[in-house]
Every structure is written in C-alpha cells, then in structure tokens.
Design a protein around this ligand. Structure first.
Ligand SMILES: [Zn+2]
Length: 99
C-alpha cells in the first residue's frame, strides 16, 4: 500500500507543468499550485494552474507598484466600502488576467 502510493506520487512528480506567469516549463514537483478561485481545498472538477518558484515568490511578495493607481481607480475614500471593494477586486483581477 505504502509502496504503491509512493510509486504513484513519483510518477506524478515527473510531470511537467507550465508556469502561467512566465511560461516556463518546470517539473510538477518544483511548481506551486495556483488556484485562481483562491480555494485550494475544494478540488473537485478543477484544473489547477501552476507557478514556478520565482513567480510564486513574486506573487506572495507583490510589490506595490501601481497600488495607488488601483486604489484611485477604485474610488478609494470616495465611495462606500462595498462598492470600493468590488471595484478594487475587478481591477486587480484584470491585472492578473492580462499578465
Ligand atoms: Zn514563472
């Protein structure tokens, strides 16, 4: 049982995946899962996307370039919180899609 599982895992680790940020092909075991729905725990019927390690690090330590512009565009301080959050989410989602 344990042996079978490790063989299966070994096979999976040899798969190659493509980083969605830079297009680099990396070994599955070197990649990080990226779930565009932000919910890694409900895995049913989902296809995960992958980030290579450098891009994953960028993702987790996002620089603040453009943040002020995004906040302005989302009417920060000039609209109610709910509207601002919705607009902010839409703006940042657009940024993600275009890269
Ligand atoms: Zn990458």
């Amino acid at each position: 049982m344990t042996m079978t599982a490790s063989i299966l895992l070994g096979t999976d680790a040899l798969q190659q995946v493509t980083c969605i940020a830079c297009g680099e092909t990396v070994a599955r075991e070197d990649a990080r899962e990226y779930d565009k729905y932000g919910d890694r725990w409900s895995r049913e019927g989902k296809e995960f996307e992958y980030l290579c390690k450098p891009c994953h690090q960028d993702c987790c330590h996002q620089n603040r370039d453009g943040l002020e512009e995004t906040l302005m565009a989302a009417n920060a301080g000039r609209t109610d919180r709910k509207t601002f959050l919705r607009q902010y989410c839409e703006l940042t989602a657009d940024n993600t899609n275009s890269s």
